[in-house]
Design a binder for this molecule. Structure first.
Ligand code: PLP
Length: 438
């Protein structure tokens, strides 16, 4: 059976972040998965070079997770979380809290990274109100960061094409400049050396908007969706110091960087920082059941709850703490511990970096960057046809049975943390050949 013969109606599903007409005229399907491979309906094995969508960190269809989900589905398929509880949600919250950095005291469950971000932004405003500073309402994001597709996330996010059709967005939002684009940082291995001072732009914003008006700053520790933008040495530390000094909550959006991707359990640990909130999703359940969480410093929860009367935070989702997602999450965290996934990622990262940077002289490559198991190769756009060059590379890799991700003219790679050295070789040889044969 070829892909074209699958006989599935493609029209009804309005696919997300997809050029629907183009895709439906030339569809690519994935129908099964196991380990680090997908399988197409016609039986081709496709090496997964992006962990699905940065989420399947432990490899696909792990039997431990499959079994936990099916057991839970038979025992308690659903239970409400509004004014009612079920044991597995409390068990998972406690397990996640102890897996998270020590300063994290509480966990708010949602179903997607976008919801985890909107939850964090709402909690930031609720916290300052509860703390007697109701005028601290400004939410600061950063150019080129991605924080999901909700109205809160696109407002603080820094990707203009995601905003244009939907304006006007939230008021009381401001943006820091991107740290990306400095000529002297091109082809950096790991963190680039220049640009820490860009964090001081937060002080400029504070002087323009008023010292006690800023509620929170949200950043991706390493921006994923914009094409792996790695923070300059010292940048995040400086941002954290300014936030701490001026009572601004710092939110790390760890939807991609959480659960081992950078060779540490979280980016917060890798950088030795203690953000007041961390948003996580994707790797939380190894991509198996949708789930996300907003992790909070205990004092944030305590302040809002102490000031509240009745329902302290009028916020939540029908599926917050869904039993199947909790079962998947518990099994995922067990795999992290038994398989030492963060350590595996740290061990694989130097070879990943070497192979990635071996492509610096391929035709049309204008930048290569990486941290942990996140890597990007940026290509010179074709005049008048931005994105087309990377599209062609994507198609060539797929024809060679390798799935990569592209964003604009940047190729992004994020192998699962259980890759073997030989699989890295297959990945980079496919990308190298596609680049060489442009
Ligand atoms: N935040 C970051 C950093 C992300 O990378 C993403 C998704 O890629 C999101 C938020 C949104 O997550 P979701 O697509 O699960 O809503």
């Amino acid at each position: 059976m070829t892909q074209a013969q699958t006989d599935i109606a493609l029209e009804p599903w309005w696919m997300p972040f997809t050029a629907n007409a183009a895709y439906k005229s030339d569809p690519r399907m994935l129908s099964r998965a196991s380990g680090v491979h997908f399988e197409t309906p016609d039986g081709r094995q496709i090496l997964d070079g992006v962990s699905g969508l940065w989420c399947v960190n432990a490899g696909h269809c792990r039997p431990e997770i499959v079994e936990a989900i099916s057991r839970q589905a038979a025992e308690l398929d659903y239970a409400p979380s509004f004014q009612m509880g079920h044991p597995i949600a409390f068990e998972f919250a406690e397990r996640l809290r102890s897996f998270a950095p020590d300063h994290i005291g509480n966990v708010f469950f949602s179903n997607s990274g976008s919801e985890a971000v909107d939850t964090a932004l709402k909690i930031a405003r609720a916290y300052h109100r509860a703390n007697g500073e109701p005028d601290r309402t400004i939410l600061v994001g950063r150019e080129r960061d991605y924080h999901g597709a909700g109205f809160g996330g696109i407002a603080v996010g820094g990707l203009d094409p995601h905003k244009v059709p939907f304006t006007p967005l939230l008021p009381d939002v401001a943006h820091l400049p991107t740290t990306h684009g400095l000529e002297e940082n091109r082809f950096s291995r790991g963190q680039p050396r220049h640009g820490a001072e860009l964090a001081d732009e937060l002080e400029t914003l504070i002087s323009e908007r008023g010292e006690s008006r800023i509620a929170a700053v949200i950043v991706e520790p390493v921006s994923g969706s914009a094409g792996v933008l790695v923070p300059p040495v010292g940048y995040l530390e400086r941002l954290a110091a300014i936030c701490k000094e001026l009572g601004i909550l710092l939110i790390f959006d760890e939807v991609i960087t959480g659960f081992g991707r950078l060779g540490a359990t979280f980016a917060a640990e890798r950088f030795g920082l203690q953000p007041d909130m961390m948003t996580v999703a994707k790797g939380l359940t190894n991509g198996s059941v949708p789930m996300a969480a907003t992790l909070l410093r205990g004092s944030v929860y305590d302040t809002v709850v102490a000031a509240g009367n009745g329902i302290e935070l009028p916020h939540g989702y029908t599926y917050s703490g869904h039993p199947l997602a909790c079962a998947a999450g518990l099994a995922t965290l067990s795999i992290h511990e038994t398989d030492r996934l963060s350590e595996r990622a740290a061990a694989l990262a130097p070879s990943f970096e070497d192979k990635l940077h071996s492509l610096v002289s391929a035709p049309h490559v204008i930048d290569v960057r990486n941290l942990g198991l996140m890597g990007a190769i940026e290509l010179d756009p074709i005049d008048g046809s931005p994105g087309e060059r990377a599209q062609a590379i994507f198609r060539r890799c797929f024809d060679a049975d390798v799935l990569i991700r592209i964003t604009g003219d940047t190729i992004a790679l994020a192998p699962s943390l259980v890759y073997e050295e030989e699989q890295l070789e297959v990945l980079f040889s496919a990308v190298g050949e596609a680049l060489a044969n442009q």
